[in-house]
Design a protein around this ligand. Structure first.
Ligand code: ZN
Length: 201
């Protein structure tokens, strides 16, 4: 254990920063020092922004998105296509799809994927709420935008079975060659999936 170079208040700040994803102890120290040096232009506004978020953060009662209002900005946006619901495991996936301007529909955040090994069952996810949303006559398509992992695909199959009596088309993301990808560098599973799911040119 290296000796502390700062008082307990600063050490506490460093320890908290080190818990952030992508920051280890070294970069947490660097970030803390940067914040301390930039107290006025950065640290004070950051502290105030954190406090505001703590006071306003809400989980959308419709889709499970995280926002400062409930229903969330996406759910109340009239320019969104209400006939499409994109199902994602996590809010991070919703943000990724929005960043890519991938689709102009609405979302449903499951809160994870089914994982027997980690003890995650259907009751731990918002699957029931999704099934009831799928029965809304406005909804025409459910896009399963889940990870191409065993758990992600197990979840996709489970949801597809539950939706068989809803009047919706259930689709999932294509598997295949990434944009800018070279065939020679792809793993065997991706290459096989890309051939199997080939599309007319
Ligand atoms: Zn919402």
């Amino acid at each position: 254990m290296p000796a502390s170079v700062a008082g307990p208040e600063i050490e506490r700040l460093i320890q908290l920063l080190a818990r952030l994803p992508g920051l280890g102890p070294r970069s947490a120290r660097r970030a803390a020092l940067h914040l301390i040096k930039k107290r006025e232009p950065l640290m004070a506004p950051l502290a105030s922004a954190l406090q505001t978020v703590i006071e306003t953060i809400q989980v959308c009662g419709t889709c499970g998105n995280i926002d400062s209002q409930n229903p969330c900005t996406v759910c109340i946006d009239p320019r969104r296509d209400a006939s499409i619901i994109v199902v994602v495991a996590d809010v991070a996936d919703l943000w990724a799809l929005e960043r890519a301007h991938a689709i102009n529909g609405r979302y449903h955040v499951l809160g994870g994927t089914l994982s027997p090994l980690e003890g995650v069952g259907p009751q731990d996810l918002t699957i029931d709420a999704l099934v009831s949303r799928a029965h809304d006559p406005v909804v025409k398509e459910i896009i399963l935008a889940l990870n191409a992992t065993v758990d992600g695909q197990t979840t996709a199959h489970y949801i597809t079975d539950l939706l068989h009596d809803a009047a919706v088309k259930v689709t999932r993301l294509a598997h295949g060659v990434p944009v800018g990808g070279e065939l020679d560098y792809l793993d065997d599973g991706t290459l096989a999936a890309a051939i199997k799911q080939r599309t007319p040119f």
